[in-house]
Ligand binder design. Structure first.
Ligand SMILES: C[S@@+](CC[C@H](N)C(=O)[O-])C[C@H]1O[C@@H](n2cnc3c(N)ncnc32)[C@H](O)[C@@H]1O
Length: 228
């Protein structure tokens, strides 16, 4: 069983609201501020537009905020438990969405250029090395010309002793039990990577935390702004 499936089974059994566990309210409040910022800066499409959350988990974060704003929401996640939880949660909240169990590096169920807006549900920083290029390639395949891609990622360097001791600053990996677990890059390196993947960065917002920083980065695919 993969680590995410295991974690969602635990979260569900303990009665938590989402991936963030005890930190859910702080995370949700922070996420709503990001959505206000995106809206204020005209980075959200017209209500009704098809939108996708990559790594949607149980849907309680970005997918729910998008559904409440009237979008046609799709969400994809590795964990079957998370996706069933998302479906139940949306049913009870009288919201609708299309949730898929799948790998964000290849979403076979979606046709090319389907979405006007794609949001990374803090999934990119879970991807290691070559998986990241596959993820960006999939975003480019799925995003309509002129559409926005919003990255939500850990960035900076670790500030807490335990994390500092488990950090590989050459590969930018945080390690768990000696294995790469998260990609954590300084913001400048993260932005370079995004640009090398042929995205334009339109806006960046950084949240400073005691443990490391968190960036929200709004992008379009290079050369696609003419269509917007
Ligand atoms: C940090 S959690 C955030 C979940 C959710 N967006 C939220 O905010 O509550 C990252 C999510 O990405 C999913 N994930 C990680 N790698 C994935 C992959 N290759 N394909 C699909 N989902 C993946 C995990 O199962 C997990 O739900």
């Amino acid at each position: 069983m993969n680590v995410y499936e295991k974690q969602y089974r635990k979260l569900l059994a303990k009665g938590y609201a989402a991936w963030a566990g005890e930190d859910f309210l702080r995370a949700k409040t922070q996420q709503e501020k990001i959505f206000h910022w995106l809206s204020f800066n005209n980075h959200l499409p017209q209500p009704g537009a098809p939108v996708l959350e990559m790594g949607c988990g149980n849907g309680a974060m970005a997918s729910q905020s998008l559904a409440e704003r009237g979008y046609s929401v799709w969400g994809v996640d590795f964990s079957e438990t998370a996706i069933r939880w998302a479906e139940n949660h949306f049913y009870q909240a009288r919201l609708s969405a299309h949730f898929i169990v799948g790998n964000v590096c290849h979403i076979g169920q979606c046709e090319d250029a389907k979405f006007e807006f794609i949001i990374d549900g803090s999934c990119l920083h879970c991807l290691i090395e070559d998986e990241r290029n596959l993820f960006f390639t999939e975003v480019k395949r799925l995003l309509k010309p002129g559409g926005r891609f919003v990255i939500s990622s850990m960035c900076g360097t670790p500030r807490l002793d335990n994390d500092m001791n488990a950090y590989d600053p050459v590969r930018y990996h945080l390690l768990k039990e000696g294995k790469p677990w998260r990609t954590l890059k300084p913001l400048e390196n993260l932005i370079n990577e995004i640009q090398e993947e042929y995205f334009n960065v339109l806006a960046t917002r950084v949240n400073n935390n005691a443990w490391w920083d968190h960036a929200t980065i709004v992008c379009t695919v290079n050369g696609s702004l003419e269509g917007s």
